[in-house]
Design a protein around this ligand. Structure first.
Ligand code: ADP
Length: 482
């Protein structure tokens, strides 16, 4: 099958979160299954800086745009995977992040940027370029590409379309004036298309007009059909229930594996766990924490409401009374950054905090910590808990989304059957989080045999992409018949 995979992030070229990890690994798994999959990505300045061998494969002239747009072809290192880069300098070649300015504000022209990107995707999908390659399927991801299924829906001899929701909270909402300014077909302004309560909703393009919809875990697929998690889109998602599937994300174990992870000095597996402790020492040295054996709890991620940072913030004072070390790596809301910093000043020998984005450190923290905190309000899939399982770092998670689908709570029954891999709590409040952490600490300190078994159970979990990739192929085949 020929598949065009349109995405706004791909690891290792550009990453702000889990979407990049998925875009950098699912296509490789699909390629291994024998499919001709090619990625389409904006040529951000930071991407252009990273890559060397690239060539212009074609130029595209879009109606209403003054200049031709170059499409560059690049092959991802150590793979045969082709990435087409949309080289539109006015839109993408600028300092800052994919969606935000260097000081953290949304780019004012994001709607223009991803409209251009989607129009290019649609043009390639309809085989109207010199690439002379028509995909059977276009796989679009998140709001930035939601317009693609909408643009294709009315075209004859179009490919099938599949839209994946990686996070329903980000919808790409803009005013009617923006809609007019974008010069989009008027029929898209309808509640059965991209209009959402008087606004233009990019994500609705995918939700209403893609042939198939997926999200990244079965539980999240159920949750988004409820008012609690649906952001007003739950009714639409319920209407599209037969076309909506949850497929759990996989892990690229060539990047996330403690046995040969190049980012850590002390590689290990479940039968030489002594080396795991050496990574804990490396973290303690890195952050100037005492080199003791108290439980080390970590958090890696965006410092935003979704990730339950508020719960951590309020749980910290009580937790810091007990013998623990807590390591936090992330960036996000200024409020959380400042509040966490204040607490760190009061407990420098127990709390380590790095505000920023540091891939190498993320690997070390996964390797050396005893537990990983994911008290998310909602979590479409979550990748960090999947990495932590592989690293024998016991996840402590809230009962939501992909966390439920991937972590097995520690109970007398799961201990007896050697299936327990982590700790799950229910209520999204700091007392529940504190209680579950204290329970986990109790196992860590007083029930070492159970704890060691948890580590082994966790490390044996297999979330490689093969199975999930086959599920995608199944859906691509169903989308083909439209
Ligand atoms: P989300 O996509 O919602 O941000 P996920 O758990 O699905 O959350 O994926 C987050 C990815 O981003 C993981 O690979 C994680 O290691 C990485 N990550 C997040 N924040 C940081 C950070 N501050 N430094 C390094 N890696 C980070």
């Amino acid at each position: 099958m020929k598949i065009l995979f349109a995405t706004s992030e791909v690891h290792p070229l550009i990453k702000t979160g889990g979407l990049a990890d998925v875009s950098g690994s699912l296509p490789i798994a699909l390629k291994t299954l024998g499919h001709d999959i090619r990625i389409l990505l904006p040529a951000y300045s930071s991407v252009l800086e990273k890559i060397t061998h690239k060539k212009i494969i074609c130029r595209i002239k879009l109606a209403g745009y003054p200049e031709e747009i170059n499409i560059l072809e690049y092959t991802l290192p150590n793979t045969t995977l082709i990435v087409y880069l949309v080289d539109a300098p006015t839109y993408f070649n600028r300092p800052g992040k994919p969606y935000t300015t260097p000081d953290g504000y949304d780019w004012i022209d994001n709607a223009d940027r991803f409209t251009l990107f989607s129009k290019i995707a649609a043009t390639i999908a309809l085989n109207q370029t010199q690439i002379e390659w028509q995909p059977d399927i276009v796989h679009a991801n998140d709001w930035q590409t939601g317009l693609i299924p909408a643009l294709l829906a009315t075209e004859e001899s179009r490919p099938g379309t599949l839209f994946t929701i990686h996070n329903l909270a980000y919808q790409g909402l803009y005013s009617y004036d923006t809609f007019k300014h974008l010069n989009l077909p008027q029929h898209l302004w309808s509640m059965h298309s991209m209009e959402f309560h008087g606004q233009l909703s990019f994500i609705k393009g995918g939700l209403t007009l893609a042939d198939k919809i997926t999200t990244v875990s079965p539980t999240y697929a159920r949750e988004i059909k409820t008012s609690e998690y649906g952001y007003g889109l739950q009714k639409l998602l319920r209407q599209r229930s037969v076309d909506l599937t949850g497929i759990i994300n996989g892990v690229d174990y060539s990047i996330w594996n403690p046995e040969d992870d190049p980012h850590i000095k002390h590689n290990y597996s479940h039968d030489n766990l002594e080396n795991k402790v050496l990574n804990k020492r490396a973290i303690q040295q890195h952050f100037n924490l005492p080199e003791t054996d108290v439980p080390m709890l970590s958090f890696i991620g965006r410092l935003v409401d979704q990730k339950g940072v508020n719960l951590i913030l309020h749980a910290l004072p009580k937790l810091l009374e007990s013998p623990v070390q807590i390591v936090l790596l992330g960036s996000g809301d200024l409020y959380y950054e400042e509040e966490l910093n204040k607490i760190k000043q009061q407990a420098p020998d127990k709390l380590a905090l790095l505000i920023g984005y540091d891939e190498e450190l993320a690997h070390l923290i996964q390797a050396g910590s005893d537990m990983l905190l994911m008290p998310s309000k909602y979590e479409p899939c979550g990748l960090n808990q999947l990495y932590s399982l592989k690293y024998g770092t016991i996840p402590i998670v809230r009962r939501t989304g992909g966390l439920v689908d991937t972590v097995i709570d520690t109970s007398p029954r799961s201990i007896k059957h050697n299936t327990a891999t982590g700790f799950i709590f229910d209520e999204s409040d700091h007392r529940s989080l504190t209680a579950i952490i204290l329970k986990a600490n109790h196992y860590y300190t007083d029930k070492k045999d159970v704890w060691n078994q948890l580590i082994i159970n966790a490390m044996k979990q297999d979330y490689s992409w093969e199975i999930s990739a086959i599920e995608y192929v199944d859906l691509y085949e169903q989308a083909l018949i439209f």
